[in-house]
Design a protein around this ligand. Structure first.
Ligand code: FAD
Length: 229
């Protein structure tokens, strides 16, 4: 436990604009650092003193990739924290504690992954890891990616993963269409499937409520709420 919360220094490698207001930040991965795909870390700005200098982010890279990546929304009036992220230059450092969290896949039954907007970050890690491991014995996995702005980050990478594995990826811009798709899987898998939901709290709560109204038990639903949105 103590090792988990020990802060590790991460060297900044570079950033990438994923869409109008979404950026990825990549850091060098120390040899002693590993995580389970889907977990998050607590990342602290260290090059200057700011209020709320530590925030949780899902690790969007897969353990089999050789960098730590966080991907986040940055609007026109960024918080001090996000301004500080944008100031990073290669060679500068931040710290990370963790990884923590139980949002990781146990592929022992068909699994429906449901992402709302920026909630795609833990699923990028999970799917990339499955792709890199090349595990062909997986039960069916379906990613349902909902974004009302149709700004689907990682779309090219996700489509590549769908093309090279048995994982299916479907995009939605309305809750009704998403629910229709969920209905299809409920009928197909007849209560043998599991659900993973990640996104802002309102989205996670309403999808989870929809599943439970349709008699999916709480035990079959794993949630990752990106508090702060
Ligand atoms: C388990 C977990 C995983 C998470 N994973 C992710 C992830 O992968 N990606 C991700 O993006 N988030 C993730 N989050 C949420 C993340 O921790 C932040 O809460 C979120 O990104 C909002 O950060 P912020 O700095 O913009 O928020 P806040 O500081 O709350 O700011 C919100 C908004 O207020 C305005 N604002 C705040 N301060 C100022 C200022 N000084 N000047 C001007 N405007 C200001 C800005 O418009 C800002 O966007 C996760 C949270 C949890 C709990």
């Amino acid at each position: 436990m103590i090792a988990v919360f020990k802060k590790k220094e991460l060297e900044f490698l570079g950033s990438k604009k994923e869409s109008d207001n979404v950026y990825s930040f990549q850091f060098k991965k120390g040899q002693d650092l590993t995580w389970e795909a889907g977990q998050h870390g607590l990342f602290t700005i260290t090059h200057k003193k700011i209020k709320s200098g530590t925030k949780p982010f899902s690790v969007a890279s897969a353990p089999k990739e050789d960098t730590i990546r966080i991907t986040t929304k940055i609007n026109d009036t960024p918080s001090e924290y996000k301004k500080a992220l944008l100031e990073l230059k290669p060679g500068m450092t931040i710290t990370m504690s963790g990884p923590v969290g139980a949002f990781h896949l146990k592929a022992d039954s068909p699994t429906i992954l449901i992402a709302g907007g920026i909630g795609i970050t833990p699923f990028r890690s999970i799917l990339k890891q499955l792709d890199l491991e090349g595990n062909s014995n997986q039960k069916p996995i379906h990613l349902l990616y909902m974004d009302s702005d149709k700004s689907y980050i990682f779309k090219d990478e996700l489509n590549d993963i769908a093309n090279s594995t048995s994982i299916s990826v479907t995009y939605f811009d309305s809750r009704d269409r998403l629910y229709n798709e969920i209905d299809k899987y409920m009928q197909l898998y007849k209560d043998n499937e599991k659900y993973f939901i990640a996104g802002p709290k309102s989205m996670v709560d309403s999808v989870s409520a929809y599943l439970q109204e349709n008699k999916v038990s709480k035990q079959k639903i794993k949630k990752d709420v990106l508090y702060g949105y």
